[in-house]
Design a protein around this ligand. Structure first.
Ligand code: SAH
Length: 342
């Protein structure tokens, strides 16, 4: 977001939208593709060397390219990098760059803050400030690539914010990053995590965009889930799982369920057995167990039963793994990213 409202944010635009803009000033449509490719390489208007001087001057006067500034960078002993980025209106968001054997991955924020209110998560402590623009989600990738000198191979929308609460901007962003003239990140390399906004999950299923859906469950009973996640007051687990089955049927993608294990809250053998009974038998799924990460404002503790919980699920035929925690020493793990206050 930029305070200069009279200029056009061209990093937000599709090739089609850029073409329409250029048609209005008599420029051929192939220029739109050239501009798009430059933008997604992180190049400023001044560096778009195959454009005419006249077109560059037009862009200087009428357009701007959203840029994120690195306000802070922390590198973990495991090599994970956490960035605090400053946006055009001085708001701060966080992203996490991770290296795996199979490639690199960036955990992105989709909102400044979050209004979902999950009890164990730091991102929601100050509520929602605003949605991020597609250009600001792209900007996180471009800034991380520039700083690390490495390509971002995959994306996880699991940073600050509830991506499906910023639906239109997130879907536009996903189409932009998937474009072969730009970053060309395949939908199969993108995961989106949601606390379970049922209507939006169904809408996403119809977008013809086969990304992996991760659904935050954290409980296998409506009452227990609502005590942890206010969004569960709106939709029951039955409705949520029906939406997941619909997503699988439309996209063919296996759903991943996230289950944060909290000592004495949701981590007993009985909880694991109930979870195994709950999961739909009509589709393949995977359970990702996350030992709860400490946040200063809450007293939730890591469960000592992680291995036992995992093996109970496996014994009952449920595919599950324990998520490897990266960046815990720099507060970069799940639920530790926050809406940093200036
Ligand atoms: N809004 C999305 C993305 C959130 S972060 C969602 O709710 O899914 C990704 C995952 O981390 C979610 O499953 C979230 O519930 C989980 N999480 C949040 N706080 C956590 C914490 N303190 N410890 C472990 N996992 C946490």
């Amino acid at each position: 977001m930029n305070t200069n409202n009279s200029k056009i944010n061209i990093l937000n635009m599709t090739i089609g939208e850029l073409s329409a803009l250029l048609a209005g000033i008599g420029e051929p449509s192939y220029r739109a593709e050239q501009i798009f490719t430059w933008l997604h390489k992180g190049v400023d208007i001044g560096g778009m060397s195959n454009l005419s001087k006249k077109l560059r001057e037009y862009l200087f006067e009428n357009a701007y390219v959203d840029k994120l500034k690195i306000a802070q960078k922390l590198t973990s002993s495991d090599g994970t990098v956490k960035y605090v980025f400053e946006l055009g209106d001085d708001e701060l968001i966080e992203s996490v760059f991770m290296r795996y054997n199979h490639g690199t991955s960036l955990c992105l924020s989709s909102q400044v803050g979050c209004r979902m209110g999950c009890k164990f998560c730091a991102s929601t402590l100050h509520g929602l400030k605003r949605n991020l623009e597609p250009s600001e989600m792209l900007g996180q990738i471009l800034a991380a690539q520039k700083d690390t000198g490495e390509r971002v191979d995959g994306l996880v929308l699991m940073g600050v914010g509830e991506p499906l609460d910023n639906y239109a901007n997130v879907v536009k962003f996903l189409r932009l990053v998937n474009c072969e003239q730009g970053l060309n990140i395949g939908y199969r390399h993108i995961s989106l995590s949601t606390c379970g906004l049922v209507e939006k999950i169904k809408q996403l299923a119809n977008e013809d965009m086969a990304i992996t859906l991760s659904v935050s469950l954290h409980a296998s009973d409506d009452k227990e889930r609502a005590a942890l996640m206010p969004s569960a007051n709106k939709w029951s687990l039955g409705e949520l799982l029906d939406a997941c089955v619909y997503y699988f049927k439309k996209t063919g993608r296996r759903i991943s369920f996230e289950y944060t294990l909290i000592d004495g809250v949701n981590d007993s053998v009985q909880h694991a057995e109930r979870l195994a009974r709950l999961l739909p038998k009509t589709m393949p799924c995977h359970v990702n167990l996350i030992p709860v990460n400490k946040i200063a404002e809450r007293t939730y503790n890591k469960s000592p039963n992680v291995i036992q919980f995992n093996s109970t699920l496996n014994r009952l035929g449920i595919n599950s793994t324990v998520r490897r925690s990266l960046g815990a020493d720099i507060n970069a793990s799940c639920g530790q990213l926050r809406n940093v206050m200036k």
